[in-house]
Design a protein around this ligand. Structure first.
Ligand code: V47
Ligand code: SF4
Length: 359
């Protein structure tokens, strides 16, 4: 083991936080197996052998978006043939299908539509809740919350309160991308700033809602940008404790406008997941989102510090529009089997990590 890794190992053993320089040293190291075993040790202390998943369904209510993030193959303009907006009846049908399939969660995000009123989103939440009050709705990103505040001409606090009253249960972690301005200026210039993303999420947490945090990696960012991103999340988590899981999203390059984009290799994916597990000592969970990673890397990540495989998903669009070659849906039995074959204990959870069944 090389010296910097030895020092980091000592810190981990003594339950000390690793520094930004340590994280950069880990990114610079080619000793993937040592990094993985350090991350696995951190995770073992936090979560033992348990690996969580849930039964959920995605509903992307519209792909029409006023932003044009260059990494996004999902968004369309209103005039585009492939642009769509789901009617409330379609949303009701999808929620019913989800309940019939045993889902406990609806995960719902969409584009920033130029003409839908804020009431549409409130009606959508009420519609899903009318199908089953027990369904947990994890919906909207900080980007959307900021947009709703603009279109409704009300404060972020009022928007969050109205959404909560209509049935919002928590928020996913999207829209974070890479928080650094220099990268955002290139990949998503119209999107809210990294500072604004953090500010909105702080208000979400202060309102009592949990959220996740993502990091889109493998495009134009460098290792320092990734560490800067994680540092800002760690600082916010110290203040609010409102993040549940960290989700590194492997960039899918097809149909996007990222120059020279090649996608993420297995080594980079596993290293990034492992380093995030070591660095984010105040996050309980690190999730391998199999849609973007592929099932084989997602399963392997369970030996590299990851303790969550997200859910059954059903009808994923954002990653598949950008060429993800994972399936559209994965059966619960298959997730359980993949977790078992990694030598771990599968635990079906609800969105807030209450344990439903230990297999
Ligand atoms: O914010 C867009 C990303 C995110 C691409 O919180 C892309 O449980 C890869 O946030 N390649 C939305 N990623 C998805 C998301 C998410 C997914 C699963 C679970 C959770 C959770 C959250 O997808 C966007 C953006 O960062 N994205 N385009 C692409 N080409
Ligand atoms: Fe719009 Fe979100 Fe796609 Fe950006 S990532 S273009 S905000 S849907």
């Amino acid at each position: 083991m090389t010296d910097p890794l030895q020092q980091i190992q000592d810190k981990i053993r003594n339950n000390q936080r690793i520094s930004d320089a340590d994280a950069l040293a880990l990114f610079a190291s080619n000793d993937l197996l040592t990094i993985g075993s350090l991350a696995a040790a951190v995770n073992q202390k936090k979560n033992a052998d348990k690996v969580y998943f849930n039964v959920n369904r995605h509903i992307n209510y519209t792909n029409i978006c006023v932003n044009q993030c260059i990494f996004c193959a999902f968004s369309k303009l209103e005039k585009d043939e492939e642009g769509y907006t789901l009617a409330l009846n379609d949303i009701r049908t999808k929620a019913k299908e989800a309940v019939a399939a045993g889902a406990t969660e609806i995960h719902s995000v969409g584009g920033l539509h130029p003409r839908l009123p804020f009431n549409f989103y409130l009606d959508m939440l009420r519609t899903i809740k009318s199908v089953s009050p027990q369904l947990h709705i994890k919906a909207f990103t900080a980007v959307e919350i900021d947009y709703f505040s603009k279109i409704s001409k009300t404060s972020v606090t009022e928007v969050i309160e109205a959404l909560q009253q209509a049935g919002l249960g928590s928020m996913p972690g999207g829209g974070a991308e890479i928080l650094a301005k220099e990268v955002r200026d290139k990949i998503c210039p119209e999107k809210i700033s990294g500072e604004r993303w953090l500010e909105v999420i702080e208000q979400v947490h202060n309102a009592g809602l949990k959220s996740n945090a993502t990091m889109l990696f493998g495009h134009l960012e460098n290792h320092a940008d990734r560490v800067d991103h994680m540092r800002r999340l760690r600082e916010l988590q110290d203040r609010t404790g409102g993040f549940q899981s960290f989700i590194p999203l492997a960039f899918q390059p097809d149909n996007t406008r990222v120059p020279g984009a090649k996608g993420v290799g297995g080594v980079d994916a596993l290293k990034t997941l492992a380093i995030s597990r070591i660095y984010l000592d105040n996050f309980q969970h690190v999730k391998a989102y199999w849609v973007m990673l592929g099932m084989k890397i997602a399963q392997t990540a369970l030996c590299f510090g990851v303790n969550d495989l997200d859910g059954t998903v059903i009808e994923e669009q954002i990653g598949h529009d950008a060429g993800a070659d994972s399936p559209q849906v994965i059966a619960k039995d298959r997730i359980i089997s993949l977790i078992r074959k990694a030598g771990k204990t599968p635990v079906e959870r609800d969105t807030l990590y209450n344990e439903l069944t230990v297999y």
